[in-house]
Ligand binder design. Structure first.
Ligand code: ASN
Length: 482
């Protein structure tokens, strides 16, 4: 038991060290920052056909960083998670077409305003809805945590509509187009760019946005003053020398196909696979990496919890039951947000997304493993223990030599099941910005709007990997039986 515990502690320590080390250290001459973004927000932040982060925001940031001599690592996630990451010190700044509002000024310091925006609302092209009053009794699609959502919430009771939330703009647009919801509220320039490039929506207030305002780059209030100052300084310079206008025009004047690729790249499963092969591959590698590390560490932790669950000591049994109870009862997404967004604010240490993801897997999957391991040991016939003890074996020796080997065999199918669940659960970790397979799919869909094909491809990739994992597990099972 002690040995297992030591192995676990060492593995976790090594792993955490790796996570921290993989963050590029800041050098004295070139400060390094982590910048959160919402990479589903064309024309401001999105991935182009080469899976490179582009857009007005991204070009502005890259140009300013070069001018002002800082480097950064981008963390793409939902807008809501991106702002929370900055508020909890997980990221140093956020650039995401973020409206400067009074409420946000309580939490963030904003740069010089860099783009005029405001809230628009849109319906399906052929919708009969013409005014906000027509929304009575209907449902509108909103993007969580955005200024557009806040505006719609503020007029909800006046106009009597219901609300459904999504974590990215494209999904809310699709929901309206598919007829599930009647309208969506969002930033006018983003809606207009989508419509211009073929999204079948009708913007109802193209000339007069609600709550007109500006976008700003943001850092946590009172923190990262030098990053904000560098941004402002660089911004003033690129505004003056015309670079800013060039960047804006590059995106507003261009056809989306410049960034999204040709029709043949997007109109067939084969085309999508070919043009995004490196993105799919990178996403798959991340999923596999998370799965392997997650399975190994969660299994060790689960075995430990299971053994504790059948220990002689009442305290150890109680501890195991409590840990299993807490982490099995907590939705995995909540746990991931708690570790990634909640914890760093309290302990004052940045937790890299990958580390947070693996900790989530260890705690969640480990709890399930612990429960079936405990059950497996308990289901070994009580007579076996009695027989072993009557032969003079101590309790711990009887456990090690008689109960555990038999119990483990009983548990093999449960282990295989849990490995498959772990693989699938890694997709939940896309919410904290880990660029695994599911997040890769989201970024591709927001660019090419080919939801059916892209999600079919992703589903098939998961199925293939799960099949391989099942084969491997069954092979191992047969060997252990032999
Ligand atoms: N425009 C949104 C806001 O400021 C941000 C976004 O959706 N990326 O709330």
């Amino acid at each position: 038991m002690k040995k297992v515990l030591m192995t676990l502690v060492t593995a976790v320590a090594a792993f955490l060290a790796f996570g921290v080390a993989s963050q590029k250290p800041a050098s004295a001459s070139e400060p390094h920052y982590i910048i959160a973004t919402d990479a589903t927000y064309a024309p401001f932040d999105f991935q182009d056909k080469n899976n490179k982060y582009v857009g007005i925001d991204q070009d502005i940031l890259a140009t300013i960083a070069k001018r002002e001599g800082f480097t950064y690592e981008l963390k793409p996630m939902s807008f809501n998670a991106a702002t929370q990451a900055v508020a909890s010190d997980q990221a140093d700044g956020v650039i995401a077409g973020m409206s400067i509002t009074d409420a946000r000024r309580q939490v963030f310091d904003f740069s010089t305003p860099y783009y005029r925006s405001g809230i628009g609302w849109a319906t399906a092209k052929d919708s009969k809805i013409k005014s906000l009053s027509d929304l009575k009794g209907k449902t509108v699609a909103l993007k969580t945590g955005t200024a557009g959502a806040q505006y719609a919430e503020s007029i909800q009771s006046k106009y009597g509509f219901k609300i459904t939330y999504f974590s990215d703009s494209d999904t809310s647009y699709r929901d309206v187009i598919n007829g599930n919801t009647a309208a969506t509220f969002g930033d006018l320039p983003v809606l207009q760019y989508a419509v211009k490039n073929g999204t079948e929506l009708k913007v109802q207030n193209p000339k007069d946005p609600f709550n007109a305002g500006d976008y700003g780059f943001a850092v946590k209030k009172g923190a990262n003053a030098s990053l904000l100052a560098a941004f402002d300084k660089g911004f003033a310079a690129i505004k003056k020398d015309g670079t800013y206008d060039k960047i804006v025009n590059k995106y507003l004047d261009a056809k989306a196909s410049t960034f999204t690729g040709s029709a043949s790249d997007n109109n067939s499963v084969f085309g999508i696979l070919r043009s995004n092969s490196s993105a799919f591959w990178t996403g798959l590698k991340e999923t596999l990496y998370l799965t392997i590390v997650g399975i190994v560490l969660a299994t060790i932790w689960g075995l430990l919890l299971g053994v504790m669950g059948v220990a002689k000591s009442k305290f150890l049994r109680g501890l195991s039951t409590t840990i299993i109870y807490i982490f099995r009862g907590m939705p995995m997404m909540v746990l991931a947000f708690f570790i990634y967004i909640g914890l760093p604010g309290v302990i004052g240490v940045k937790i890299p997304a990958f580390t947070a993801g693996v900790l989530t897997l260890i705690l969640n999957e480990g709890a399930y493993t612990g429960a079936f391991v405990r059950g497996g040991f308990n289901s070994v016939d009580a007579g076996q223990m009695e027989a072993a003890r009557s032969l003079g074996l101590s309790h711990s020796k009887a456990m090690r030599k008689v109960i555990i080997p038999q119990g483990l065999k009983l548990m093999i199918p449960s282990f295989i099941n849990q490995f498959i669940i772990t693989l699938k659960d890694t997709s939940i970790l896309s919410a904290i910005g880990i660029l695994e397979l599911t997040q890769t799919g989201t970024l591709i869909v927001t660019r090419n709007s080919q939801g059916f094909r892209v999600w079919a491809i992703i589903a098939v990739i998961y199925l293939i990997v799960i099949t391989l994992l099942t084969w491997l597990s069954n092979w191992v099972e047969k060997r252990t039986r032999a």
